[in-house]
Design a protein around this ligand. Structure first.
Ligand code: AMP
Ligand code: GLY
Length: 423
């Protein structure tokens, strides 16, 4: 099979790594890829979605896998399918589950899927009225895509009103905040659960946990995610079952009823409150860094999983995972997430420890190759991934690898998977 992977991050690199081990694969292309994905396949510099479809036809691409949300909400799946190309991801209409928080919240309510109490409005007075009815803290969200930054957790009603005013006036988040969602704060722990869907059938992946804050102990600003691990012990069979019955099945049914069957990865951002799964958000793509710890756990061929999902035949697949744990630690550049940093060369020590060599790898993200040398040029630069028979073993190995990676200003959290080690 020839595969085209859309995106440039660690998520897309990890999908590439999984496909590289896969016996069905002939060629892998990344559009645009990063400074290291060119060692797994070929990077191509095409952004226009119609041109990408032409490229896919020219190169006999059997399957396109879309990493980030932007091409999905821009309709890449509709364009490719119109040309008779196979593509893994939701249609533009179905991608609204992530593209619009108001659409998502209304969908949840309509299908009786548990979520925080909320209103969606463009009216400041209505927002204020609802804010008055809630207890602090209060969550205010911009409707559109804001690269994970459109959620404010206000500690007072005045702050919540002020944020609502700033979003609605366009002062913050420009057009994305002209409509807002105000909702109650949920107090629990977060899980990232992924279902690979083909419109009708689904396969649940091992539950993961992300670490969104920059600093140890979940302090500091929100980021795209500073590390992840899977499977998490914070879930048991009963909770998996509740997630399937109360979230996955009604979501697929609701999307089908809307005439937009959901195909692709359904990423459920859940808050577990007193043992009950409550949907914070959907994303219509893999999480990053969750994908980087899920791909190494996949024993079945990744190509088969994604292909069968794209063609509506997941019911034919028996998906298997390794009975292991995976921990991924993001190494970010100096000024992440505030501003870009000066590019600096990445040096990786020769790995002499056999245990580390055999059980770890790097998933590359914000890197560029310049004159044959690798430079850190993005915010999240790379992830050190460790595998093991326990979370502790996987984590110790991942951190062992972190010590072997060097570039000026590198920063990483030292407590990835801490919630699992408390259990
Ligand atoms: P979202 O983009 O909606 O997932 O929100 C980003 C992050 O904000 C989530 O991962 C949570 O950590 C937090 N968050 C969002 N909504 C709530 C809520 N209703 N209660 C508590 N935390 C929330
Ligand atoms: N790791 C969270 C996300 O990808 O949105």
């Amino acid at each position: 099979m020839n595969i085209l992977i859309i995106g440039s991050g660690g998520r897309e690199y990890s999908i590439g790594l999984a496909l590289q081990k896969d016996k069905n694969i002939t060629n892998i292309y990344f559009a645009p890829g990063n400074g290291k994905s060119c060692d797994l396949g070929q990077n191509i510099d095409i952004k226009d979605l119609n041109e990408l479809a032409n490229f896919a036809k020219e190169k006999d691409i059997d399957l396109t896998i879309v990493g980030p949300e932007a091409p999905l909400t821009d309709g890449i799946v509709d364009i490719f399918e119109k040309e008779g190309l196979k593509i893994f991801g939701p249609s533009k209409e179905a991608a609204k589950l992530e593209g619009s928080k108001a659409f998502m919240k209304n969908f949840l309510a309509k299908n009786s899927i548990p979520t925080a109490r909320y209103i969606e409005t463009s009216d400041f007075e209505k927002a204020c009225e609802f804010i008055e009815s809630l207890k602090e803290p209060i969550v205010v969200k911009a409707d559109g895509l804001c690269a994970g930054k459109g959620v404010i957790i206000a500690t007072s009603k005045d702050e919540a009103k002020d944020e609502a005013r700033r979003m609605l006036s366009g002062e913050s988040f420009a057009g994305a905040g002209r409509k807002i969602v105000v909702e109650e704060f949920l107090d629990g722990y977060e899980l990232s659960v992924f279902a690979i869907c083909d419109g009708e059938n689904y396969k649940i992946l091992p539950a993961a946990q992300d670490h969104k804050r920059l600093l140890d102990g979940d302090k500091g600003p929100n980021t795209g995610g500073m590390g992840a691990y899977a499977p998490t012990p914070l879930i048991d069979d009963e909770l998996y079952k509740k997630i399937e019955q109360r979230v996955v099945i009604p979501t697929l049914k609701g999307m089908k009823e809307l005439g937009t069957p959901y195909k692709g990865v359904l990423f459920m951002g859940l808050m577990i409150v007193d043992g009950e799964p409550i949907v914070l958000e959907y994303n219509v793509r893999f999480g990053d860094p969750e994908c980087e710890v899920l791909m190494p756990l996949l024993k079945s061929d990744a190509s088969e999983l994604f292909y069968k999902a794209a063609v509506g035949k997941l019911d034919e697949l028996n998906i298997e995972f390794y009975n292991k744990y995976c921990v991924g630690v993001v190494i970010a550049s100096e000024n992440y997430p505030y501003k870009s940093s000066t590019p600096s060369e990445i040096i990786i020590d020769e790995i002499v420890d056999k245990d580390i060599e055999d059980n770890t790898h790097i998933s590359y993200a914000g890197v560029s190759k310049i004159d044959g040398k690798l430079f850190a040029t993005g915010g999240r630069v790379l992830l050190c991934i460790g595998m093991g028979d326990s979370i502790k073993e996987a984590r110790d190995r991942a951190y062992g690898l972190c010590g072997q990676v060097h570039f000026a200003g590198k920063q990483f959290r030292k407590d990835i998977a801490y919630q699992a080690l408390k259990v």
